[in-house]
Design a protein around this ligand. Structure first.
Ligand code: TYM
Length: 331
């Protein structure tokens, strides 16, 4: 059976970008593939969170994974730092990756600009750790949002290069998986590109209905279409993207037509989006409460997941060591 891997950094709560860009695909794929979904706590160290913050966020994401419908009997759910094998694989990929390639990654350049006093090696080698996450399971599919495209390109490069250097067909080239036919970027509510850039532009899965309504009603708009059938400016296109991901096609077409004939009322559009988002979020929010108070269950699931993930990673690592010319097992 083909393998799937994906993960999320524990930086607080899951937001709608995480849900529609990634977790919704996880839930679908767990029924059809051999799935590994993890919490990328090593990756979160690039911004130096406090120990309490990490512990809390890891628990939160696991509870929210479960609340979204991930089932530990179907998919392996684990915490990245429980699988030490990843680090050795990361080292091998770092040896085959050029400085120039890593420096050209857009997210590295952005992060380096944002935190000029802390441009650390972990930030630079973020894509090779991500490649190790994926390739340690020899995963074929990686469900991710649009923002991960360049990291995925690097993961494919790591796979290809290892195969070429050692003249083997060991790693498959992992492919991006999208829930619908193309990569999704869920916009932020403040018009600043993608959801997730800052707290102020996110709707979280644990948000109450009243909070969701308030956030959506505050989303930026303009003065309305100036001519029939005109192109939508970005902030309006963003609202239509929300319609696309949370409403029916009829609803989308209804507002699209209103835009085209210049009768659209943004208040009505936002109300519709808020109601449809609440419908998706409310049942998840209820389950988040249930799962996040069950420490024993979360601990048990993490332990079982770690065991399975380690087994899979150890098998890959053993073969990599053999291929490279090391002892497959430690002496
Ligand atoms: P992270 O934690 O930033 O985001 C987790 C997942 O959510 C998706 N996502 C979005 N999709 C659409 N629109 C948005 N506004 C939006 N915001 C977030 C991301 O595309 C991602 O799929 N590097 C990864 C974590 C990671 C990983 C991996 C992922 C580490 N190793 C191996 C896949 C495979 C990250 O920081 O995602």
């Amino acid at each position: 059976m083909e393998k799937v891997l994906s993960g999320i950094r524990p930086t607080g709560h899951l937001h709608l970008g995480n849900y529609f860009g990634a977790v919704k695909s996880f839930v679908k794929m767990q029924n059809e593939y051999d799935c590994y979904f993890f919490i990328a706590d090593w990756h979160s160290l690039t911004t130096c969170p406090s120990p309490e913050n990490i512990r809390q966020s890891v628990r939160t994401i696991l509870a929210e994974y479960l609340a979204c419908g991930l089932e530990p009997d179907k998919a392996t759910l684990y915490v990245q730092s429980d699988v030490r094998e990843t680090l050795e694989i990361y080292l091998y990929f770092n040896m085959n990756t050029y400085l120039g390639e890593l420096e050209r990654v857009t997210t590295f350049k952005e992060k380096a600009r944002k935190q000029p006093d802390n441009v650390n090696a972990g930030l630079l080698t973020y894509p090779t750790l991500m490649a190790a996450d994926i390739l340690q399971h020899r995963a074929h599919w990686v469900p991710v949002g649009k923002d991960q495209e360049q990291n995925m390109e690097m993961a494919r490069k790591c796979a290809r290069r290892f195969n070429n250097i050692y003249k083997v067909e060991f790693f498959p080239e992992p492919q991006n998986f999208y829930f619908s036919d193309k990569a999704l970027k869920v916009p932020g509510l403040d018009g600043s590109g993608k959801m997730g850039k800052s707290d102020g532009n996110c709707i979280y899965l644990y948000d109450e209905d009243s909070v969701i309504r308030k956030k959506v009603m505050k989303a930026l708009t303009d003065n309305g279409p100036q001519a029939p059938n005109s192109e939508k400016p970005e902030i309006i296109q963003n609202l239509f993207t929300f319609l696309q991901i949370c409403s029916s096609k009829e609803t989308y077409d209804y507002f699209d037509e209103q835009w085209n004939n210049c009768t659209i009322r943004y208040g009505e559009l936002k109300k519709q989006i808020a109601e449809d988002l609440c419908k998706t979020v409310a049942p998840i929010r209820e389950r988040i409460r249930e799962f996040s108070s069950n420490d024993e269950l979360l601990e048990k699931i993490s332990r079982q997941g770690a065991e399975k993930a380690r087994e899979s990673a150890a098998a890959t690592l053993r073969e990599m060591r053999q291929i490279i010319g090391f002892n497959p097992e430690l002496r």
